[in-house]
Design a protein around this ligand. Sequence first.
Ligand code: NI
Length: 172
Amino acid sequence: MTILSILTAPDPRLKATSQPVKKVDATVRRLMDDLLETMYAAPGIGLAAPQVGRPQRVLVLDIAKEGEPPNPLQLANPEILWTSEEMATYEEGCLSLPEQYAEIARPAKARIRYLDHENEIREMETEGLLATCLQHEIDHLDGVLFVDHLSTLKRNILLRKLMKMKKAQAIA
Ligand code: NI
């Protein structure tokens, strides 16, 4: 497995719509495994293929807490079949927006259909952090970042902080 480099905003590749995979074959499985290794190394709890410059509808996540056994999920072509009217708010961050966090409200529950690592069609009922994390990652496949759920004012404050950080790093 390979650790891939993660794109950070602003980058037009993070705003693009990703394409579905035809099937989960050896190439897609390799991508899933590389994404998982890259996510663990970061460390993060979710990572989508466009974040490593691969515009395919593939994502990985693992919301197991420190000390709990790992619980990796690897999904291709995820579709949201249903979301609850009830909302839940979490403080979100993103490996493509380093050190930026904001409270985002999303549907509290979601039913998802996807292809797993073995190309089997699966459905999953999710709630809590898993539901939030999945919706965040699926957003990436449509070129949407968590800051796009904020008001323009709040989004610009976060993006400006990020630009300053990038500049400081470039100088250092
Ligand atoms: Ni993200």
